[in-house]
Design a protein around this ligand. Structure first.
Ligand SMILES: [Zn+2]
Length: 118
């Protein structure tokens, strides 16, 4: 696989961005030695906690859970791709074992499968 360094750089940049965003809505913990992100409960205005304020916080927390889940899923894909680069199996389709199209990797460097098996 050529240009692995180029994809590695892209993956590492995206990883940094994701961790920054995750860090703004939650915090990282370790569960059984494995990293896990948990959304933080928002404290929008602790000085005047009336009912509508509470409702806003609950809504914001639910938003965070949804966003956090998606970002963490993406982060897992990126970790897996970086691991494949280390193992020398990057760019190989997980389904059929063929080379993943370079255009596909350029569009999504964390792709696990080729276009046919997408
Ligand atoms: Zn395939």
């Amino acid at each position: 696989m050529k240009n692995v360094e180029e994809f590695k750089k892209q993956l590492e940049n995206e990883k940094r961005e994701l961790e920054k965003t995750l860090g703004s809505i939650g915090h990282k913990t370790k569960v059984g030695g494995k990293e896990d992100w948990v959304p933080s409960y928002p404290d929008l205005n602790p000085m005047q906690s009336d009912k509508s304020e509470m409702a806003d916080e609950v809504e914001e927390f639910e938003n965070r859970i949804g966003i956090e889940g998606k970002l963490e899923e993406r982060l897992d894909d990126i970790h897996a791709a970086l691991k494949r680069i280390e193992d020398g199996t990057y760019g190989i389709c997980e389904e059929g074992g063929e080379q993943i199209e370079p255009e596909r990797l350029r569009a999504n460097p964390a792709a696990r499968t080729c276009i046919q098996h997408a």
